[in-house]
Write a protein that binds this ligand. Structure first.
Ligand SMILES: *Cc1c(COP(=O)(O)O)cnc(C)c1O
Length: 231
């Protein structure tokens, strides 16, 4: 094993232990939480080390980078997650590669994904990104927009909506993050009764390196962890 592989394998074990402990604190099982390893800062060698160590959910935030890595690693059993902003002109090339798109952040994007699905007779799996902290720089729907939008999503016949994705405020510490995650979970609970058949908000994708444990305590089913895996 190379030094790189050993370091990543150790980091992964440590993070899995922290996930399990946080799950236990919130009365859930570790296997109810999916760790998505975010590899936007690193290259193919690091992804290979993750896969060898048993982590097969890999997240990328830039479409071109995703295309490149999928191409190089096409013989590996990886579920790719698109977690960053997706422009509509990149839907056609990106959607077929992704197991799940976390960053469904505009009605026009959802329409483009649906259009692609109709043309190709395929369904795509997408989350609704919510700008839960209200940061100006962030993408995503406001909670108010979602309340109005969700009942109308039944017209997206080729999109399966599986849940919500959010990020905590960049300023403010872990306890501020907890409030943002709490707000996302409450929003999910509020939207649930208004969901049409193609929308089931079972997944809550929230929590990154600095705050994944509080995210799990507040109900995350998927955490997106990058830098902590590569330290
Ligand atoms: C980069 C990124 C992450 C991972 O961030 P870390 O702080 O490195 O864990 C998670 N989610 C999104 C959307 C990201 O862009």
């Amino acid at each position: 094993m190379t030094d790189l592989a050993r370091r990543i394998s150790n980091n992964l074990s440590e993070i899995r232990e922290r996930i399990a402990a946080a799950a236990e604190r919130s009365g859930r099982k570790a296997n109810e939480i999916t760790l998505v390893a975010v590899t936007k800062y690193v290259g193919v060698d690091e992804i290979l080390a993750l896969v060898e160590a048993g982590c097969q959910d890999i997240g990328e935030s830039r479409p071109q980078e995703l295309w490149h890595k999928v191409d190089v690693l096409s013989d590996r059993p990886i579920r790719w997650h698109m977690i960053g902003h997706l422009q509509r002109n990149k839907v056609r090339r990106t959607v077929p590669l992704a197991h799940l798109i976390h960053s469904g952040d505009s009605e026009r994007l959802f329409e483009a994904i649906n259009q692609f699905g109709q043309e190709e007779s395929t369904n795509s799996r997408v989350l609704l990104e919510v700008n839960v902290s209200g940061d100006q720089s962030k993408h995503g729907f406001t909670p108010e927009t979602l309340k109005e939008l969700v009942p109308r999503l039944d017209r997206l016949t080729h999109v399966e909506i599986h849940g919500l994705m959010g990020m905590a405020s960049l300023t403010g510490g872990v306890e501020q993050a907890r409030l943002d995650f709490c707000r996302l979970r409450d929003l999910r609970d509020e939207l649930q009764p208004r969901c049409p058949a193609n929308v089931a908000l079972n997944e809550l994708s929230m929590g990154m390196s600095r705050d994944f444990e509080v995210a799990i305590e507040e109900g995350a089913t998927m955490v997106r962890v990058g830098s902590a895996l590569f330290e």
